[in-house]
Design a protein around this ligand. Structure first.
Ligand code: SF4
Ligand code: SF4
Length: 204
């Protein structure tokens, strides 16, 4: 019969319309359909009924661990409250960056004129960054990682989107919170390398 497909389609739409309210009522008891992480996870799942809309910006999609946006610099938090950037200003990330949007200035020892392994300046033009993650892949010190922050709109890109070292720096605990599996794997590798070094030292 002509028009049967249209009627079926309208039926599906109508079902979604009513199921939205039914699902709202069912989850009203639990109180976690909206504005909670559980609610967003539920509406991203295959079990959801009715509308799937995320109420952005009050709610945000839960991104997977491997999601990557722009890079940030990792620092370790010291016991005395200090921050120690892992970056040694080796420049590898700047060399491998395909669109060349990383700019590093090394710190120079004023007495010897030799470089110190700490960046004096570190900038990334995040408008040019293509989010490829190569900088993070190639960094030998786990000092630069890809962030999950996708809300970066600004009114003045020349002031805000060329990001300096201070703004790029985030603690290792933040890295652990967004990429727990990667962090745990890297910590295990570090501990292994450390014990191998200690064993070599003990033998010599
Ligand atoms: S972030 Fe890593 S690769 Fe880039 S300069 Fe620092 S230590 Fe080298
Ligand atoms: S993610 Fe890619 S484009 Fe962006 S700074 Fe790193 S290497 Fe460059």
């Amino acid at each position: 019969m002509y028009g049967l497909g249209i009627i079926k389609g309208l039926g599906v739409t109508l079902k979604h319309f009513f199921m939205t309210y039914w699902d709202d009522l069912k989850r009203l008891v639990k109180g976690n359909r909206y504005y909670t992480r559980e609610g967003v996870a539920y509406r991203m799942s295959s079990e959801v009924n009715g509308l799937f809309t995320i109420q952005y910006p009050e709610e945000k999609l839960i991104v997977p661990e491997e999601f990557r946006y722009t890079p940030f610099l990792v620092y370790d938090e010291k016991e005395d409250g200090g921050k120690e950037l892992r970056c040694t200003s080796c420049g590898i990330c700047a060399k491998v960056c395909p669109p060349q949007c990383i700019w590093i200035v090394r710190t120079m020892d004023p007495n010897t004129g030799r470089p110190i392994p700490v960046p004096a300046e570190f900038y990334i033009d995040i408008d040019i960054c293509m989010n490829c993650g190569l900088c993070a892949e190639f960094c030998p010190f786990d000092a630069i990682k890809m962030d999950h922050n996708f809300e970066l709109s600004v009114y003045n890109r020349h002031e805000k989107d060329i990001v300096n070292k201070e703004t790029l720096a985030k603690p290792a605990s933040y890295y652990a919170s967004i990429r727990p599996v990667n962090y745990a794997r890297e910590q295990a590798a570090r501990a292994e390398a450390e014990s191998a070094r200690a064993a070599r030292k003990a033998q010599s």
